[in-house]
Design a protein around this ligand. Structure first.
Ligand code: AFP
Length: 322
């Protein structure tokens, strides 16, 4: 099986980007170990603090954020970092070539139940003329990403990553600590009979999403003419991994409760990286009103509605918004 380096070289990645990715993955390997220790290492449970999102931080949120921050800051490759767990941008090396946005531990509410969690990351070029701690540097559309992916801390530790030349799946071989290519150029099935959405929010969705999901639930007797299955991991990394591997549609749609935060998921370090992976695997990634990767961000913790997955199913969903 091909090792990470040779896949990245085959995809034409510049050396410094390869070194940055390897550095980031070294941090994720440490998180994988800490997560696997669970209760044995006293890392479960919540802290007494809240993050900028108003969410209570889990101990593992804080630990994972610290591991990635320290590792990237010391690397010298990174000009600045934006993290779900950091209110402001963290300036690193003013001469660094890259910006990194990340959710250090997505799905952290799953830590207490030993369910799927992961790290999501997005890498883009750092504008050299901006100060290292200038948040404006991060306000680039997702189409500007040079690399994106997630590390899934599951029964095996897996990496899904793209650098713009396809989406590849890697598995961590813990006997030597290397990520090996286990599926190159994964292609999301264009059709599906499986959807992922938190249906408890149904009354807060916009009417097109309410009608779309109602028609899925109507099954063979309804306008879609087939029965659908539903899955919900409550960790985007877990749901997206399933969609990449066997197709599906994942949605965290516009929520009428608070029009100022039109969705739950954050653009820079959740929606954009997942959209890049999905499009590189032949899927689609939309807000319902347009392509996620064309959004010009207004602020680093901006939230957007997310509808992504199997091309034909996302297109069918978007028909309801017309
Ligand atoms: P946490 O990291 O707070 O667990 O949130 C995970 C997440 O941002 C995303 O990974 C899930 O898809 C989504 O929230 C689940 O949201 P609900 O808990 O509202 O279903």
């Amino acid at each position: 099986m091909k090792r990470l380096n040779s896949q990245l070289q085959a995809d034409g990645c510049p050396l410094e980007l390869i070194l940055l990715i390897r550095t980031l993955l070294a941090a994720c390997k440490e998180i994988s170990f800490r997560v696997s220790q669970g209760a044995l290492a006293g890392v479960l449970g919540s802290t007494l603090s809240e993050n900028v999102q108003g969410e209570t931080q889990k101990k593992l949120d804080v630990i994972s954020n610290r591991i990635i921050l320290d590792t990237l800051r010391e690397s010298g490759y990174v000009k600045a970092i934006s993290s779900e767990e950091e209110e402001k941008v963290v300036g690193c090396n003013p001469e660094g070539k890259y910006l990194v946005s990340f959710d250090p531990l997505d799905g952290s509410s799953n830590t207490e139940i030993n369910s799927l969690i992961g790290t999501i990351f997005s890498i883009s070029h750092a504008p050299q003329w901006m100060d290292a701690d200038d948040p404006a540097a991060f306000l680039q559309p997702g189409s500007q990403q040079v690399a994106a992916g997630y590390v899934l801390y599951g029964p095996s530790t897996m990496l899904a990553m793209t650098t713009g030349r396809g989406t590849h799946l890697y598995t961590l071989d813990k006997t030597h600590g290397g990520f090996l290519v286990t599926q190159a150029n994964i292609q999301v099935p264009q059709d599906t009979a499986e959807f992922a959405i938190n249906s408890s929010n149904q009354r807060h969705w916009q009417e097109p999403m309410q009608r779309y999901v109602a028609d899925l639930l109507a099954g063979t007797e309804g306008p879609r003419g087939k029965d659908y299955n539903m899955r919900w991991v409550a960790a985007m990394v877990g749901d997206i991994h399933r969609v990449l591997c066997r197709g599906g549609i994942f949605a965290y749609p516009f929520d009428k409760r608070n029009p100022k935060t039109p969705g739950k998921l954050r653009l820079l370090y959740e929606a954009n990286p997942m959209a890049f992976l999905m499009e590189q695997a032949g899927g689609l990634a939309s807000t319902g009103n347009g392509r996620i990767m064309e959004i010009m961000p207004q602020e680093i913790h901006q939230r957007v509605p997310v509808i992504l997955g199997s091309k034909n199913e996302v297109e069918a969903c978007l028909e309801y918004y017309k």
